[in-house]
Design a protein around this ligand. Structure first.
Ligand code: SF4
Ligand code: SF4
Ligand code: FES
Length: 232
């Protein structure tokens, strides 16, 4: 049986300032992902449709879009389960991010937050050995691909000053790193600048993270670290 894929896609024309939805229908292909579906629409129906992608392998984090209200990596998310569910499929830009054109959004806010929270190690004079248990913690947080799915789904990100799960995962990563010398400052920035304790512990960020970083769990560990007065 030939399956048809019908997608209702958010469009934004910045020149005209017009926002609207457009429905496209294409043939289903075996193993079709949403990125493949969008590419097929662009190639065969509408070359003006704009969306971001790069690696096509769930590594670069650029293709995240809202699919029926959930942030998903378009290059990993399979179309078939949605077809079988028989519901209308709606594709929209990342929630809480301003669209530049169609599904492509402006990431300046996240980039500015990464700068503000200095998400890098300052100058390293010696190179200490990292025990495997710490290395595993660092690796888990380092698996973050900056896809912003957690930021888009976190209800607290709208609050002024709340850093958001992506940033807390980064702060956690540096707090664990023995080369980070200013751990108290890291905690201070998470609590005072980032409003760590405003996290609702709702686990929504955990549920949408495609890389098992589990930011909400890392946030709870950050809180524990602080409660122990700076002892990891
Ligand atoms: S657990 Fe905290 S950071 Fe994660 S989505 Fe909920 S409020 Fe946001
Ligand atoms: S923590 Fe997960 S959901 Fe959030 S940006 Fe990183 S990979 Fe994406
Ligand atoms: S295209 Fe790189 S994560 Fe989807």
């Amino acid at each position: 049986m030939d399956l048809k894929v019908k997608l209702r896609v958010f469009r934004y024309d910045p020149e005209e300032g017009k926002k609207f939805y457009q429905t496209y229908e294409i043939d289903y292909e075996e193993g079709m992902t949403f990125l493949r579906a969008l590419q097929k629409i662009k190639d065969t129906l509408d070359p003006t449709l704009t969306f971001r992608h790069f690696c096509r392998a769930g590594i670069c984090g650029t293709c995240t879009v809202m699919i029926n209200g959930f942030p998903r990596l378009a290059c990993k998310e399979q179309v078939l389960p949605y077809l079988l569910a028989g519901e209308e499929i709606v594709i929209e830009p990342l929630s809480g991010f301003s669209p530049i054109k169609d599904l492509a959004v402006n990431h300046d806010d996240v980039v500015n937050r990464l700068r503000r929270f200095r998400t890098w190690i300052e100058e390293v004079k010696e190179n200490p050995q990292i025990p495997p248990s710490i290395s595993r913690k660092i690796e888990r947080a380092s698996d973050c691909i900056l896809c912003s799915a957690c930021q888009a789904y976190c209800p607290q990100v709208k609050e002024e000053g709340y850093a958001g799960p992506l940033l807390f995962a980064k702060i956690y990563r540096f707090l664990q790193d023995p080369r980070e010398k200013n751990k108290d400052f890291r905690i201070e920035e998470a609590v005072s600048w980032g409003h760590l304790y405003h996290c609702l512990s709702c686990d929504k960020c955990n549920s949408v993270c495609p890389k098992e970083v589990k930011p909400a769990s890392l946030i709870r560990e950050l809180m524990t670290y602080q409660a122990k007065d700076g002892k990891a």
